[in-house]
Design a protein around this ligand. Structure first.
Ligand code: COA
Length: 499
């Protein structure tokens, strides 16, 4: 486990570049020899390019031998990677939590006395870290450091030297104001990857602070969410924060992979606006289609309502071009979640007609083709709803899936929390916490057969400060005392604060 990491491991990592450069030169030498030996034959035979991975990742021109340990028992995907986690709130913590689940040793640096602001936000249990914090910071270690204190800077420098990746999502310029510019970090540790979430990329808004819903609006999601005759809507899924954290994690592992070949770190930037736009990609697709005519799969086309010059809000129409709606089931509208998403997918039109008791619609030219159905979608969905309202959403789901009709029951968070299959797969996990007791969290949604996720509770504020100073950074007892006595790791006393 990353937490048991010793100095020996850190040392063996430091040796890696030397090995890699040796390997590079021996590969070159081998290539020279080969080309000297085979002249004419090479010209006739097409050259098969070897995979880059083969040349670089193993370092000696070959993959390591396949492990003979059982799957799931040979470490984790990111074992040996150490992360300096300077993140707070949601976007950055989502990213580092994922990396921790894949086995990285994530050291979360927090402001003394306060910590990540979310520890105290939306609190439900007095005196305990909030669920907002605990659910985003599993499997991490916490150290408190005043990054603007000279002794704090000393500890941060040591962390920069011993980590592979620094992840941060401060407001624009905050990291530089701490003195941690790219040049400074790169000089201390040329292998360091510096990964950032910002609200906007370079441009007119780059200095703005950004939260989830700002990003949903700036990334094009809000203007395309909601009903045509209502205001723009934000979605409950945190596509700005958690979505950008996911994007950043992919950037980081790609940079780690590239570093195997280049030996150097790089900057990785994910702007929340860009992350949201990437997830709203199909709406930019529709924007361009508008130049060539109306968007026929949007309900408003069938209703004869003209399109404007921008992608409109499409209510619950499906983004994939197949007409879809959310329909009432037995219990609605009193039960706010007794609904199902129903798609009139062309290939299953026949089974739909049979199920709802309209078998003649299969051959009636007024209904038989998708084009003929477009102007009648309201009437068709009303008829389907008459049928769905006779059953619960789960009964509708069973009836439809029996004949391969995809439908989506609207599951409440209560139903999801109680769903056994999600518990069985580790997607919903119960975690114990020393001050709040048991709580539910969302586990790792990415399942790997050789890198198994164990969800561990989030750290208390500064819980691992001593352990990190000594076991990770190698400070001697006298140095630890000096750093601690300077006040760099503790909250300022009340009278100091007031002054
Ligand atoms: N020791 C000393 N100072 C610390 C510190 C530490 N350990 N950790 C943070 N700070 C300081 C920062 O240096 C900064 O000081 P400065 O402004 O004087 O330079 C200050 O704390 C505030 O940091 P900041 O990031 O500006 O926090 P904020 O609460 O004002 O803004 C956000 C919060 C989220 C709006 C902002 O960080 C942001 O826009 N981040 C990028 C986009 C993002 O991730 N948004 C989504 C969050 S889920």
């Amino acid at each position: 486990m990353a937490k048991k990491k010793s100095k020996t491991k850190a040392r063996s990592k430091a040796k890696a570049p030397a090995k890699a450069s040796k390997a590079k030169s021996s590969t070159k030498a081998a290539a020279k020899k080969t080309s000297a030996r085979k002249p004419a034959a090479a010209a006739q035979k097409p050259k098969i390019k070897k995979s880059v991975f083969k040349k670089s990742a193993g370092g000696n021109g070959a993959h390591p031998r396949p492990s003979n340990k059982p799957f799931g028992q040979d470490g984790k995907a990111l074992s040996g990677v150490r992360i300096l986690d300077f993140t707070h709130v949601q976007s950055g913590p989502t990213c580092t939590q994922l990396l921790a689940w894949f086995g990285a040793d994530v050291i979360k640096v927090e402001r003394p006395g306060v910590g990540d602001i979310t520890r105290g936000q939306l609190m439900d249990v007095k005196g305990a870290d909030s669920l907002y914090f605990t659910m985003l910071n599993h499997n991490k270690r916490s150290i408190t450091i005043d990054s603007k204190h000279p002794q704090g800077k000393r500890v941060l420098d040591a962390l920069i030297k011993s980590c592979d990746v620094l992840v941060e999502n401060f407001a624009p310029g905050a990291l530089d104001r701490m003195g941690l510019t790219w040049d400074y970090i790169h000089k201390l540790n040329p292998r360091m990857i510096v990964a950032s979430v910002k609200g906007f990329g370079p441009g007119p808004y780059e200095d703005c602070k950004v939260y989830e819903n700002v990003a949903q609006c700036a990334g094009g999601s809000a203007s395309t969410t909601g009903f045509r005759d209502g205001p723009p809507l934000v979605t409950g899924a945190q596509i700005g924060d958690s979505g950008t954290g996911l994007h950043l994690a992919l950037g980081i592992v790609s940079a780690l992979y590239q570093r195997i070949r280049t030996g150097r770190g790089q900057k990785v930037l994910c702007a929340m606006q860009d992350g949201v736009l990437n997830l709203a990609r199909v709406k930019l697709r529709d924007q361009q289609r508008l130049a060539h005519g109306p968007l026929t799969e949007y309900s408003q086309y069938g209703e004869g309502i003209p399109f404007g010059d921008a992608t409109p809000r499409a209510g619950n129409d499906s983004g994939g071009g197949q007409p879809g709606r959310i329909l009432k089931c037995l219990g609605a509208p009193e039960d706010p979640n007794a609904y199902i998403y129903f798609i009139t997918q062309a290939p299953v039109w026949g089974p739909i007609c049979d199920l709802i008791g309209e078998p003649t619609w299969k051959t009636d030219p007024e209904y038989a083709t998708p084009r003929a159905r477009l102007p009648k979608l309201n009437q068709i969905f009303e008829r389907i709803e008459q049928w769905t309202m006779t059953m619960t959403k789960f009964e509708v789901m069973n009836a439809c899936n029996a004949v391969d009709i995809p439908v989506g029951p609207i599951l409440s968070m209560k139903e999801i929390a109680e769903e056994k299959s999600l518990r069985d797969t580790g997607t919903v996990v119960e975690v114990d916490h020393p001050t709040r007791g048991k709580y539910l969290t969302v586990g790792n949604p990415i399942k790997m057969s050789d890198s198994i996720t164990e969800v561990e509770r989030s750290p208390l504020l500064g819980e691992h400060t001593d352990e990190i100073l000594t076991a990770v950074l190698g400070f001697k007892a006298a140095e630890v005392d000096e750093i601690k006595n300077s006040g760099a790791l503790s909250a300022p006393k009340k009278e100091e604060k007031a002054a």
